[in-house]
Design a protein around this ligand. Structure first.
Ligand SMILES: Nc1nc2c(ncn2[C@@H]2O[C@H](COP(=O)(O)OP(=O)(O)OP(=O)(O)O)[C@@H](O)[C@H]2O)c(=O)[nH]1
Length: 237
């Protein structure tokens, strides 16, 4: 970890939120960070959110990348996975294809884990409030989580689901502990070539919080600049 990148001495945990288009990744991320639901929030770009949260009475700087389904040019965003310390895989219980995507993503992550890099993962079945439109049973989600060996929860981002907050915090805690043991991908960590364009509605900033929304292309540029000029530049909305 480069000290010049850090705005504080608290540990930093990087989380990737991954899933098919329209499963609720942006809504989930904003819900966790702000406790608010932005139903009309539309996204056509990857965004990185940064906020300091308290875990086990200690501050932790959390970075969450919400990978937009629209900008993904391949089925599995390997560079973002390399960047991440932990992953949330999301599908919608109303969308069978999104469950298949989550299954493949978990299998890919498992291969990475088998290769020696420990990446804590949590599986979430979103839109539990739409049970009447369900095409994926809870049992299928539970079995998938058990097969991969990761926690599984059905949640509703639209509702104030406490399971969602608990799932995030368990993942953050596990990831933080994992990082304490060893940092993975120390050489290959990079943002990669991530596409950026403006979101139509920036997410709300929580009262007393420090959410910073970064276009990842800007972050990538800033890293290049840092390497060349020891210069920090982070775009915020
Ligand atoms: N009913 C219901 N709708 C939800 C829930 N979570 C998200 N949505 C809706 O699902 C749609 C997609 O949500 P997004 O957060 O934009 O989904 P996304 O996965 O980030 O989509 P992309 O960025 O396009 O990949 C929006 O209309 C949300 O309001 C939920 O728990 N219940």
């Amino acid at each position: 970890m480069k000290t010049e990148e850090r705005s504080s001495n608290s540990p930093r945990v990087r989380i990737l939120v991954l899933g098919m288009i329209n499963v609720g990744k942006s809504a989930l991320t904003v819900r966790y960070l702000t406790r608010r639901y932005i139903g009309e929030y539309r996204s056509n770009t990857d965004l990185l959110y940064r906020q300091t949260v308290t875990i086990n009475n200690a501050p932790v700087e959390v970075e969450i990348i919400d990978v937009s389904g629209e900008t993904r040019d391949s089925s599995f965003p390997s560079e973002q996975v390399q960047w991440a310390d932990g992953c949330v895989i999301v599908y919608s219980i109303t969308d069978r294809l999104s469950f298949q995507y989550a299954t493949e993503a978990l299998d890919n992550l498992n291969k990475i884990r088998a290769g020696g890099a420990s990446v804590p993962v949590t599986l979430l079945g979103n839109k539990a409030d739409l049970a009447h439109l369900r095409t994926v049973t809870e049992d299928e989600g539970r079995k998938l989580g058990a097969r991969i060996g990761c926690p599984f929860h059905e949640v509703s981002v639209a509702e104030n689901s406490t399971d969602l907050y608990a799932a995030f915090e368990t993942l953050l805690n596990e990831t933080k502990n994992q990082l304490g043991k060893s940092r993975k991908f120390s050489v290959t960590k990079m943002i990669g070539t991530l596409i950026s364009s403006a979101k139509s509605h920036p997410p709300p900033v929580p009262q007393g919080g420090t959410v910073v929304v970064c276009h990842k292309s800007d972050l990538h540029k800033s890293r290049v600049l840092k390497r060349r000029q020891n210069f920090t530049a982070t775009a915020s909305l």
